[in-house]
Design a protein around this ligand. Sequence first.
Ligand code: ADP
Length: 395
Amino acid sequence: MKIISINTGSSSLKFSLFNMDKEEVIASGLFERIGLEGSSYTIKFNGEKIKEEIELANHTDAVKVLLEKLISLNIIKSLEEINGVGHRLVHGKDKYSKSVLITDEVVEDLMKFKDFAPLHNPANVLGINAFREVLREVPMVGVFDTAFHQTMKQEEYLYPVPYEWYQNYGVRKYGFHGTSHRYITKKISQELKRNDLKIISCHVGNGGSITAIKDGKCVDTSMGFTPLAGIMMGTRSGDVDSSIIPYVMEQEGLNASEVVDALNKRSGLLGISEKSSDMRDVVAGMEEGDEKCRLAFDMYTRKVTNYIAQYYVLLGGADVIVFTAGLGENSVPFRRKVCENLACLGIKLDEKANNCMGELRKISAEDSSVLVYTIPTDEELMIAEDTKRIINEIG
Ligand code: ADP
């Protein structure tokens, strides 16, 4: 069974083509600058990488080129080989708690919820419509970023604000990166051969969220109403006192969205280091004695520590802490510092094991009170798995 996993942005389309009989990626790639000057695609397969500049007026053009290339490069023989398309969808509000077959109703809902993810939901619809135009008969499945977090209880997902804001406008915590946290839950449960684990899943990349999981279900997560909340990130502030917003508006003569834009794009590691949003640059700066980089690193690791500690208490202890995504999988100093901060809980890393990048590995010491793992996340595979399962269910 061959499934394409799709992640559509407003001017991009990322894909992975899986052979789901072996859970193997056959080809993957990216279409960039769709609808803009200088659009191009990259396709990787068989250890080769093909890049070409090509005019792509819209997402339908990108899908047409993608399917033509899959055939002309002999990756598939005909379009009939494609059994399903899985789409990463960002916001399903509280209506979608699991992946679904994409129907007209799902597409309408994505647009209905667009104020909750203005950049992502309309882009997701563009991706769905493009595939509908080109692959009419092929079933499509939607996998929501918010779905895994729908098991949170009210006391976790409500903000202590007037209740009517929740009732009238849907103001609550939704959480994001759900597909990644679900993948991590599945992987670590397989690894430890237990489904009754207390897991603290740390998806830390450019954006980042920490999730508390018990018996396979999300109990709480650090992102909130939007992906701006929670830990400090590459360019996002994470949690701040909301009174800062009107104060800075007044000081700088900005409107509310301009200040929120600064919290999204000019804050986090970039805001404090005044150098880079990338942890590699911040660590390099710190090693050269740059004090702002040191401060950015210390603040970042502190915010992550605080959420892990909070969720340790919420879960009544933890069996395992998992680090994933760009930093979680690759940054040795980041993991070391967070675990040093957690030493009072009896958490201890094995320095040698921690010296690894991009692999599934136990990195805690034998006498650590909690297991610590690093696991490469694979949201694309999770999307393909859901797509396969739902297609099989509908026969
Ligand atoms: P996104 O959230 O955009 O999907 P990623 O999960 O790919 O991002 O994470 C990107 C971030 O991961 C980079 O900005 C960088 O800070 C960090 N990162 C990636 N590789 C490394 C590395 N080898 N060492 C330290 N940090 C890394």
